[in-house]
Every structure is written in structure tokens, then in C-alpha cells.
Design a protein around this ligand. Structure first.
Ligand SMILES: [Zn+2]
Ligand SMILES: [Zn+2]
Length: 122
């Protein structure tokens, strides 16, 4: 299974040659502020991941000591989260080309969720 994705303007494109487990919705305050709402992520092994274009264009924002977030400076799409463990890269599911073949896996940081929505489910 190979999936491809990229930012809104198309400058940054990538491919993953391997399995993605499913969609994780993160309700932490960092994600909600960064994405404008809770985030939808799928985790890829770094070994399965490759840039097709735009690796030099991509910018990283250090959102905490443990995580950085990758975005396109031309169109503003926030497309990656990197937990700096050197093994995985976290993909924003909305930037993956359809059909993703993915389905809901779980919610995380539910205690930090906004008061303006119900938790998403399967
Ligand atoms: Zn872009
Ligand atoms: Zn989060």
C-alpha cells in the first residue's frame, strides 16, 4: 500500500510506502491552536516515508521540547508532526490524497478537548 499527500499549493508532496494504522484525533491544546480545531493524524514509519518535492520549502515550528510541526510557508498547510524520536512521522490526514483507505482509530488527550464539540467516534 502506498499513499501520497501534500500541501494545498502542491509545493510539498510526499509518499509513504507502507501501512498507516488509522486516524488518531488529538484534542490537546497545542493541536487545537495549531490546526484551528482538533487534529486528525496517521502515523508512518520514517523508513517508509519519502519526499517527492518541497523538502527544502518545508518549515518546522518547534511547538514544544518534544515535538515540531511541519508546514508549507507558501500556503500555510500544516501537514506534519514530528515527535523527534527518529522512527516515525505523523501525517495530517486532511493532506493525504483520496482515497486514504483509513478509518477512525482513537481519540487522545480527550481531557483537553474544546467545549464546543463532541468527541468524534468510529
Ligand atoms: Zn503549500
Ligand atoms: Zn495534540
Amino acid at each position: 500500500m502506498a499513499i501520497e499527500g501534500g500541501c494545498h499549493c502542491g509545493a510539498i508532496r510526499y509518499r509513504v510506502n507502507g501501512e498507516l494504522l488509522g486516524v488518531i484525533h488529538c484534542h490537546c491544546s497545542d493541536c487545537r491552536r495549531w490546526h484551528g480545531n482538533y487534529s486528525a493524524y496517521a502515523v508512518a514509519k520514517l523508513a517508509d516515508f519519502e519526499f517527492l518535492s518541497g523538502e527544502d520549502t518545508l518549515k518546522w515550528y518547534e511547538s514544544s521540547t518534544k515535538a515540531r510541526r511541519g508546514f508549507c510557508p507558501q500556503c500555510g498547510s500544516s501537514i506534519f508532526k514530528d515527535n523527534k524520536d527518529g522512527e516515525k512521522i505523523v501525517l495530517s490526514v486532511g493532506a493525504i490524497d483520496a482515497p486514504t483507505g483509513l478509518s477512525f482509530l482513537k481519540n487522545i488527550f480527550e481531557d483537553s478537548k474544546g467545549d464546543y464539540y463532541a468527541l468524534p467516534g468510529a
